[in-house]
Ligand binder design. Structure first.
Ligand code: NAD
Length: 269
């Protein structure tokens, strides 16, 4: 493990009991990081992730925390330090959808999505950065990044999404949140980047990929003509938190098979 890309590093991944978060936890572990697998509801699925991490020769723990609750998040950080004694990587991955037409959207479903997707990332990033700074008292004397943060966003940080305005607003918020903290934390040698997936086959969009007609419509929006896999995102995540990407901060990596390329204009518009 010593010569792996992320050897001796510790990472927290929120929402790692399924989908993209699970794939990232496994990929970071494959690259030598010890992983904190956060989950909110299914202990069993979190244990599945841990099992796969261990099968790759990696180390990890599972920690239950609802990222819309500050005290849960603080407990997750305490547990991380108690177990591994340090933190190097924060992957703020959790995101939910509570969809409805705008005119019928309740304040509760607005707030639940903002609390989970946006405020949760704010608290996780802030607590991670506090730890990074304590670990390296004088970051100006260090060459490489002392801590890395990934904010999981979406192509809907740019593409408006009727019927999902709470989700799109949360992801649009993440864009400026990420860039602003990247600007503030760069002198401290903390790198902050976002990953914005297009359509990745996970439980969040099962209603689309499990229906062949909806899948055909979706593929028209993807110039690369396939749905993404969680591993497509996970491999990029492992790279962006590694020293191979050391000069990259404040960027959004769109992993979308070209969904952001205005595919409706491919045939003359
Ligand atoms: P998913 O539903 O498989 O994963 C979301 C995870 O978050 C689950 O493990 C869930 O248990 C967990 N979670 C939900 N509420 C939580 C809470 N309050 N506290 C802690 N954990 C909680 O979906 P996914 O597709 O893997 O989504 C992961 C991230 O990727 C999200 O931020 C999502 O917005 C983003 N994303 C996904 C796609 C896609 O096509 N799948 C596209 C763009 C962005």
């Amino acid at each position: 493990m010593e010569n792996l890309l992320l050897a001796n590093q510790v990472a927290i991944i929120t929402g790692a009991s399924s989908g993209i978060g699970k794939a990232i936890a496994i990929e970071l572990a494959k690259n030598g990081a010890s992983v904190v697998i956060n989950y909110n509801s299914s202990r069993e699925r979190a244990l599945d992730t841990l099992h796969e991490v261990k099968a790759e020769g990696g180390k990890g723990i599972i920690v239950k925390a609802d990222v819309s609750k500050e005290k849960d998040i603080l407990r997750m950080f305490d547990k991380t330090l108690e177990t591994f004694g340090r933190l190097d990587i924060m992957v703020a991955n959790t995101g939910i959808q509570v969809d409805s037409p705008f005119l019928q959207m309740s304040t509760d479903s607005w707030q639940k999505v903002i609390d989970t997707n946006l405020t949760g990332q704010f608290i996780c990033a802030r607590e991670a950065a506090k730890i990074f700074v304590k670990q390296v008292p004088d970051p100006e004397k260090t060459e490489k990044s002392i801590g890395k943060i990934i904010c999981m966003s979406s192509v809907h940080d740019m593409i408006p999404w009727a019927g999902h305005v709470n989700y799109a607003a949360s992801k649009g918020g993440i864009l400026m949140f990420m860039k602003s903290i990247a600007q503030e934390l760069a002198p401290l040698k903390i790198r902050v980047n976002a990953i914005s997936p297009g359509a990745i086959q996970t439980p969040i969009n099962k209603s689309v990929w499990s229906d062949p007609a909806k899948m055909d419509t979706l593929l028209e929006l993807i110039p690369y003509r396939r749905i993404g896999k969680p591993e497509d995102v996970a491999k990029a995540a492992a790279w962006i938190v590694s020293d191979n990407a050391d000069y990259i901060t404040g960027e959004t990596l769109y992993i979308d098979g070209g969904m952001m390329l205005y595919p409706e204009f491919a045939d003359n518009g």
